[in-house]
Design a protein around this ligand. Sequence first.
Ligand code: GRF
Length: 222
Amino acid sequence: RRIVVLISGSGSNLQALIDAQNTPALPDAKIVLVVSNRKAAYGLTRALQATPPIPTAYLALQPYLKANPKRTRQDYDREIARIVVEAKPDLVVLAGWMHIMSEAFLDVLIGETQLEGIERVSKPIPVINLHPALPGAFDGAHAIERAFEAFQKGEIAHSGCMVHRVIKEVDRGEPVVVRNVEIVKGEPIEEFETRLHKAEWEIIVQGTAKVLDDVAPLEGSS
Ligand code: GRF
């Protein structure tokens, strides 16, 4: 079963998926492509250093737009979708992808938009995203800092992280895996963040395995 992973940063969640490939945690699964919107993303190095190396693609938004003033953000998203669809994934995982995944991208993956030069997607390709907060709690960016601050103000007792399906409303898709993460009174944010990332490394694998089983069940499984 074929997985494409989209990253923008260090790729520690990508690394968790690389390490889980073809283990009982993620059986019969192969990351066939890693796509980054940033050339400097260390995740690209992790892909190339995997055994066997994982193909990578990189397309940054600004240079793409600057190359031709007629291009729009939707064109960029469709270009990313093209790169993804050409890898024929069963599942797309956003692991620290810092762009909002727009309608233009999703419409290609569900087969609504036909891109010239590649055959239309016959079966919708599911997309999941990792978010460092609980459902509906701190949608959008800087969720870790915002949760930590809310804890300091006594507004929340703990935080968490989740893997959710990606739909057109940002961070609003149905949760696939949700994990509570404790915040300890008086601890520096770095300790909370470390605890949270460790939880993410587990749920990114669990969430991927769960959705993969929905969309491409293992042969012989009941
Ligand atoms: C994770 O905390 C994820 O929840 C957020 O970005 C971070 C990605 O970290 N969207 P990494 O690049 O996987 O190390």
